[in-house]
Design a protein around this ligand. Sequence first.
Ligand code: MG
Ligand code: MG
Length: 249
Amino acid sequence: MITIKTEEEIKLLKIAGNIVYQTHQYLKDKLEPGMTTNEIDKLAHDFIISQGATPSFLGYEGFPNATCISVNDEVVHGIPSNKVIKKGDVVSIDIGACYKGYHGDSAWTYYIGKNIKSDIQRLMEGTKEALYAGLRQVKEGNRISDISKAIESVANKYHLSIVRELVGHGVGKSVHEDPDVPNYDTGFKGPMLKAGMVIAIEPMLNLGTRFVVLEDNDWTVSTYDGKPSAHYEHTVLVTKDGYEILTGE
Ligand code: MG
Ligand code: MG
């Protein structure tokens, strides 16, 4: 069921979204070679708690940590561990925060170090551009498929492949609600967008094949060919004539 949020709910969703945004801002300056993904997760966990919120993913269907940290060929749902990040790594951090029962959800991909290789730059730029192209389709009266098609067309422009097994979603009292927001044209129009809906748009694009595998931990999704993947996500409010990003500036 797709829910239309009340004014009061939107107020709380904005606070939750802002906490997620602030957590990303707090983390991004601290990322450096030699840190473990556990250390990054602990920083995010403690920051979210300090803002009066709780990490949405901690305990979600048994997920053991506050954040998902997916390195290089890991697409999503990387479990923080003793893995050390190093120069040249592509690190996607997915953060959810719950404030007074309402969630925000945003992922961002960070490059560790400088001197970025051109194919990695294409991966990151293309995936970010795909997110914003999707966002620009958000307004009352448009369809979910308008978002999907816009994302697909940017992925094609950058010669990146689209992970199909995972999709964007509604956000509210639960971090994952209806509707699904696919990152490719499924051939169906999908539900119509209405003011007051809140959705997360989250393209996951790969440099190589679109195919993915599930790791033995039953969480982490990695690319089949071992090539890197990027993931950018914002939670967004549908308005009469456009959208408002809840997890950004
Ligand atoms: Mg997310
Ligand atoms: Mg999400």
